[in-house]
Design a protein around this ligand. Structure first.
Ligand SMILES: [Ca+2]
Ligand SMILES: [Ca+2]
Ligand SMILES: [Ca+2]
Length: 188
């Protein structure tokens, strides 16, 4: 069973990726996020990065869809998301939950590690906040929480730790809870 704290975070994640707020996560939501990223980075269609962003967004959708959409209607409800998260992310062993969380980390790097140095910088992390329409004022604090070795960069390992805590932890003091900003300000 998911705890209330875990459910709050999982609902928040669902609401973030349900870009048009219609209660279902669909391919269109991911395309909208891709459009937002391209607009924010001021990429026109000629830019080599443009199709890569779209491809990465489509891949992110396909990875989620393959796991979560139980009734195969082309969209994921919050009920399907909670069931999946309970059984395959929170209350299972690492070999299972690592499958999806590895993909989340991979998608974040594909979409936001713009200079491809294999680290997320503060500015790249701010881009993530803007793309997902998160409270920008929390981005610096969240970045500091996730940057465990304090080198002003988020490595893949550091991001994985944050993602794992955000999706699984039941301890409100865990730093990974800050992945998308302040939970206090995002009561759902
Ligand atoms: Ca939607
Ligand atoms: Ca980078
Ligand atoms: Ca670091």
């Amino acid at each position: 069973m998911l705890t209330a704290f875990q459910k709050t975070k999982l609902q928040l994640f669902f609401d973030i990726i349900d870009y048009d707020k219609n209660g279902f996560v669909e391919k269109d939501d991911f395309i909208s996020i891709g459009e937002n990223i391209c607009a924010m980075l001021q990429l026109d269609e000629e830019n080599f990065y443009y199709p890569l962003i779209y491809a990465a967004c489509e891949k992110a959708w396909e990875d989620l869809y393959a796991y979560v959409d139980e009734d195969e209607d082309g969209r994921a409800s919050s009920g399907e998301w909670f069931k999946y998260a309970d059984e395959k992310i929170v209350n299972c062993d690492k070999s299972q939950y690592q499958l999806y969380l590895d993909k989340v980390v991979q998608h974040i790097f594909e979409l936001f590690d713009q200079n491809k140095d294999d680290f997320i910088s503060v500015n790249e992390y701010i881009n993530l906040f803007m793309s997902f329409r998160l409270e920008i004022r929390y981005s610096a604090k969240a970045f500091t929480k996730l940057d465990l070795n304090k080198d002003s960069l988020i490595s893949r390992e550091e991001l994985y730790t944050g993602v794992e805590q955000f999706f699984r932890s039941n301890d409100p003091s865990d730093k990974g809870n800050w992945l998308f900003g302040s939970l206090e300000d995002m009561k759902v």
